[in-house]
Design a protein around this ligand. Structure first.
Ligand SMILES: C[S@@+](CC[C@H](N)C(=O)[O-])C[C@H]1O[C@@H](n2cnc3c(N)ncnc32)[C@H](O)[C@@H]1O
Length: 276
């Protein structure tokens, strides 16, 4: 990753420059010839993405390792597999023995019907979230699998294609989860996933829950992943959560607990931001 990242950011001498065309050529080359998982989504440069995700994801896996928390990793929102690749590398590096479950429609965002989404800033005002946004070209799921097989055994990588509402019925990971990464933008998508994981008792004491779009929608608690998290755990007898740290401008990391905790514990922030 590191070498290809440097190569990509410097450009290809004589072929690509900092022009739009040069950038597009580099994206095409890296994504389709070398592999889709090497590049972060367009909102980040490789260097910035490495800075934001590198320390924060590593921190999570160190916590799991040294707390002896076992279980699989599940990601909801994979796109081209950039964050998935980071998790695969850490699973290997820390000898976690975990399976990596990657859920995405690969058709982009679903139809937006929930009022909490329709009235949200990103949908109604900024118009950056809409049906089909982030659709990838055919063949990407297989290329993601191929990329990650260099890091983990093939049978430990599960790329599950389809809308969560369909795939979670048939492809729920069988055991408890050690880490859950929710990066699917919409309230409705995040809420569906959290409800399903709670209902199937997939969390355990100390599961790390990363919510990548927590501060989208101007961090308004009545919208997006913020609302989804609050509602899904509201008054839940078995599980509760507390805040751990922030990453980038957008992400928040939480611990899930297997018993209710005093509500003062739930308040943000606890230890401030990391790597932003
Ligand atoms: C921001 S992208 C994920 C980026 C990825 N984690 C990365 O950093 O490389 C959000 C993804 O969520 C997916 N998504 C959102 N809602 C979904 C749903 N209900 N079912 C399946 N996929 C969904 C979209 O298809 C999109 O690929």
């Amino acid at each position: 990753m590191r070498d290809w990242g440097r190569f990509f950011e410097r450009g290809i001498p004589g072929l690509a420059s900092d022009s739009d065309l040069g950038r597009r050529l580099r994206y095409l080359l890296l994504r389709h010839v070398i592999g889709p998982t090497f590049l972060p989504p367009p909102s980040y440069t490789i260097r910035r993405a490495r800075h934001v995700y590198g320390e924060s994801f590593r921190r999570c896996v160190e916590f799991l390792k040294y707390s002896s928390i076992e279980g699989d990793f599940a990601e909801f929102g994979t796109l081209y597999g950039y964050t998935a690749r980071r998790f695969a590398k850490l699973i290997r590096q820390f000898k976690m023995g975990a399976h990596l479950w990657l859920f995405d429609s690969f058709q982009g965002l679903p139809e937006i019907t929930e009022e909490a989404d329709l009235s949200s800033y990103e949908v109604s005002l900024n118009k950056v979230w809409f049906r089909g946004q982030m659709r990838v070209v055919p063949g990407i799921p297989e290329l993601i699998r191929r990329d990650l097989c260099c890091l983990l055994p093939r049978d430990c990588i599960h790329v599950v294609e389809g809308y969560f509402e369909d795939t979670l019925r048939t492809h729920m990971p069988p055991g408890k989860l050690a880490l859950v990464h929710i990066d699917c933008d919409l309230y409705s998508s995040a809420r569906y996933v959290l409800d399903a994981l709670i209902q199937h008792e997939k969390f355990q004491d100390g599961t790390v829950l990363l919510m990548d779009d927590f501060n989208c929608n101007r961090a308004n608690p009545a919208m997006g992943e913020r609302l989804a998290l609050a509602e899904a755990f509201e008054g839940h007898g078995r599980y509760s959560y507390s805040h751990w740290f922030s990453y980038g401008w957008h992400g928040q990391c939480f611990f899930v607990h297997e018993q209710d905790i005093p509500s003062v514990e739930k308040h943000l922030p606890t230890d401030g931001a990391c790597s932003s």
